[in-house]
Design a protein around this ligand. Structure first.
Ligand SMILES: *Cc1c(COP(=O)(O)O)cnc(C)c1O
Length: 368
């Protein structure tokens, strides 16, 4: 049996009619950049997340970058984030001209270790970026109380957390900003690149709208130096079609996670990721941990099962960040976990049979 890591084709087939007609409409109206389909999606997405404003932009990386710009963050400033993340979180800080300051992760949830955040706050600290990695939500009440004590804004990296909940609130509505990616493989993915900023703050929203479009509210009247971070019409149209399906897709992933857990919780050689308190994740990724990762991944590969690693190298050990002078041993939990984590196939259209096959294959590997 073949079990791909992700299958975007089967999802397209399930909504082909709606998608094709929405894209056709873009061609017929030539609204290729921004335009009504993007504006309509922004409105629906803001409502879905439970915030006043959603600003569609070019990518998730740009969403984070623009949020930092809106806070006036730049050279000489420090922004605290986590080293177990996709590099884009740190890159956005660098793009703004500021310096990323990393913290380690909690060994059970693989999310930002909130007990170490305060020790990293200096006079230069200007913001905190928690990452809701794998679609699990950071303990935001605890983080907000730390941020409040030091008057620091919070930018949620919700690029993997579309529809994830903290208590009853959506990820992206819990900080000063939420930042989303609509890269095709995300839970809400478009057919190209896309991102969004969510916020309840009118000023931040107005800044983001200006900044994404060359700093101009009126064509050729440029109030600030911005850039081109607009979303294309086709991306907005695709997202508008997909958004109403997101909860159903996330629920399917949650069901798959329950099945994985049932199958794997008794396998003593692997550790399953723990759901953080008050978080209802969207299961963007399903992570297991084993000391025999490479052997297991190779074995599963030989059985037709694709796996991934998210992420094999913590950001502080990437060559791109060598100038920060950080080294092996600085963030021991992230380093250890990065050598042991393995992402199993996870997408809404997975079948019970496929998951059972993955579970049986893992069990047979450890029985050898
Ligand atoms: C995908 C992702 C990003 C970046 O989003 P892009 O749209 O690819 O630029 C940032 N942070 C995290 C945690 C991500 O998973």
């Amino acid at each position: 049996m073949k079990v791909p890591f992700l299958d975007l084709k089967s999802q397209y087939k399930s909504i082909k009619k709606e998608i094709d007609s929405a894209i056709k409409h873009i061609h017929e109206t030539s609204a290729y950049v921004a335009g009504p389909a993007v504006a309509e999606f922004e409105e629906k997405f803001a409502k879905y997340i439970g915030v006043k404003h959603a600003i569609a932009v070019s990518t998730g990386t740009d969403a984070l970058h623009i949020a930092l710009r809106a806070l006036g963050i730049g050279p000489g400033d420090e922004v605290i984030t986590v080293t177990n993340t996709f590099i884009a979180t740190a890159e956005a800080i660098s793009l703004a001209g500021a310096t990323p300051v990393f913290v380690d992760i909690d060994e059970k949830t693989y999310l930002m270790d909130l007990d170490t955040v305060e020790s990293k706050i200096t006079k230069k600290t200007k913001a905190i970026i928690p990452v809701h990695l794998y679609g699990q939500v950071v303990d935001m009440e605890k983080l907000r109380s730390i941020a409040k004590k030091h008057s620091l804004p919070i930018i949620e990296d919700a690029c993997q957390a579309h529809g994830s909940l903290y208590k009853k609130s959506k990820a992206g509505s819990l900080g000063d900003f939420g930042c989303f990616s609509f890269y095709p493989g995300k839970n809400l993915g478009t057919y190209g690149e896309g991102g969004a900023i969510t916020t309840n703050n009118d000023e931040y929203a107005a800044f983001a709208r200006l900044y994404r479009d060359h700093g101009a509210k009126v064509k050729y009247q440029h109030d600030i130096v911005g850039g081109n971070f607009r979303m294309s019409g086709i991306e907005g149209a695709v997202l508008g079609v997909k958004l109403p399906h997101l909860d159903r897709w996330n629920n399917a992933r949650r069901k798959h996670a329950v099945q994985y857990k049932k199958l794997l919780s008794k396998v003593s050689e692997i550790i399953l990721g723990a759901e953080p308190a008050s978080s209802t994740g969207n299961y963007h990724l399903y992570i297991i941990r084993t000391k025999r990762r490479k052997e297991l991944a190779d074995f599963l590969g030989s059985k037709g099962i694709a796996t991934g690693i998210h992420y094999p190298t913590p950001v502080h050990l990437q060559r791109a960040y060598s100038s920060l002078g950080l080294k092996e041993g600085d963030f021991p939990v992230s380093e250890k976990v990065s050598k042991e984590i393995l992402s199993l196939p996870m997408f809404p259209e997975l079948t019970e049979k496929q998951i059972a096959y993955v579970g049986d294959s893992i069990k047979s590997f450890f029985k050898q």
